[in-house]
Write a protein that binds this ligand. Structure first.
Ligand SMILES: N=CN[C@@H](CCC(=O)O)C(=O)O
Ligand SMILES: [Zn+2]
Length: 412
């Protein structure tokens, strides 16, 4: 089945040389096809160009884009989409002056979500997550990563990862799953942190690997959660099962994780709100993707990751939502682009690369998605005629997305 998409105002390709990510100054160069057309065969782009399509008589169907703007669907490479309940009560506590750390210390936070998840039937969890997933799609997300981490027991972590698998099957979306058993120390292991780390390594990891339920491993490496040594032990153990690391680091404190985790070959280091100049340089010089989560900074009123400096030093920057019920209850990638531009001082081009190609690289899918090039899936979004790339971050909080096409098929 060959489909010709034609009559766009522009096709913003993001990349046209087959690069699997863009770093530093490359992030501001993005190829754009004026009055672009795209020929798609069985879901993959086989040709594309500007103006009239030469030799394009051979198609089964043609779609008139009526002057709409076309760009790659967003890739959200860091979410906690599966959870049992919102935490508006904690939000109210924060508004009256309590900090995220104080709420967590009083048994709220991740432990609150874990208690609720343990009680929730699988069907209800699937239903809630699927509903949120559809919301994300309406806002232009075409692929994402979802973490476990509200289980904190072997049984509940497996339950979460099974739901991620079901979400994949039910939605047909590209979804990568990450095992985050080391998200917090469960009540039962208070005072016995090492016991919990051993449980993650000796029981959870083998059980998850046996069922191939995870693509990646993650740890919340932070004061009051998992120290550097414990984090590295978990990541190394997971490596033996073929799981690469995507890690929560430097959200509130720097524990020296960046250097150590770059050296162990982490795929991405995420959060990064607190970074020293040395850490910025070390990460920017590496192949590890720096993933900024500006929704979390906005919602918790904490610093933004130094995205500008990471790009200026030549790093690979991705943007993701961190969608979760505690620190970032929102999944709008366009809003992440707005925050990246206004707060982290990225250009609109850099923000788009971070939200598409580099996000795809952060889930190892940038050979298939994240840009509109020959050989990639036709995963794209459209904006109404008259809008430009800059309109996306400019109209902060608005949803300008008209259509989402995945593998050349209109999803909405
Ligand atoms: N910081 C650790 N984990 C999540 C928040 C989890 C929660 O509060 O439920 C984050 O990425 O911000
Ligand atoms: Zn997170």
């Amino acid at each position: 089945m060959t489909i010709l998409y034609h009559n766009s105002s522009q096709i913003i390709q993001v990349e046209d040389q087959g690069r699997l990510y863009k770093r530093g100054a490359e992030m501001s160069e993005i190829p754009i096809l004026e009055k672009g057309w795209m020929l798609v065969e069985n879901g993959k782009i086989i040709d594309l160009g500007s103006g009239k399509c030469p030799g394009c008589e051979r198609y089964d169907e043609s779609v008139d884009l009526q002057g709409k703007l076309v760009l790659p669907a967003f890739v959200d490479s860091h979410t906690h989409l599966v959870y049992a309940a919102n935490r508006e009560d904690e939000f109210a506590m924060r508004l009256s002056g309590k900090s995220y750390a104080e709420i967590a210390a009083a048994g709220g936070g991740i432990l609150n979500s874990a208690r609720k998840l343990a009680e929730a039937p699988e069907e209800a969890l699937l239903h809630g997550a699927y509903h949120r997933l559809q919301d994300l799609m309406r806002m232009g997300t075409g692929a994402l990563e979802i973490k476990s981490g509200y289980g904190l027991s072997t049984e509940s972590e497996l339950k979460m990862l099974r739901i991620v698998r079901q979400l994949k099957e039910k939605s047909g979306l590209d979804i990568k799953s990450t095992f985050l058993g080391a998200h917090a120390i469960p009540e039962k292991f208070k005072g016995n942190q090492e016991g919990y780390v051993n449980l993650v390594i000796d029981e959870m990891l083998p059980a998850i690997a046996e069922k191939s339920l995870a693509d990646y491993v993650d740890v919340f490496c932070e004061e009051g959660y998992f120290n550097l040594d414990q984090s590295l032990r978990i990541l190394e153990a997971a490596k033996a099962y073929g799981l690469s690391a995507k890690v929560h680091v430097n959200q509130f404190n720097s524990l020296g994780a960046i250097e150590a985790m770059v050296d162990m070959g982490a795929l991405s280091l995420d959060h990064l709100e607190v970074m020293s100049p040395k850490e910025i340089s070390y990460l920017a010089d590496s192949q590890t993707i720096a993933t900024a989560l500006p929704g979390c900074s906005l919602f918790l009123d904490i610093p933004y990751a130094p995205g500008r400096a990471i790009i200026d030093e030549g790093g690979i920057l991705a943007l993701a939502t961190d969608f979760n019920p505690g620190s970032a209850p929102g999944g709008n990638m366009a809003l992440m682009m707005s925050l990246a531009c206004t707060q982290m001082k990225l250009s609109t081009e850099e923000a788009l690369v971070a939200a598409t190609l580099n996000g795809a690289a952060a889930i190892e899918m940038s050979d298939e998605i994240g840009s509109l090039e020959r050989g990639k899936w036709a995963n794209f979004i459209t904006l109404p005629p008259g809008f430009s790339l800059a309109s996306i971050p400019y109209h902060f909080g608005h949803n300008l997305i008209m259509d989402l096409y995945l593998k050349g098929e209109k999803k909405l």
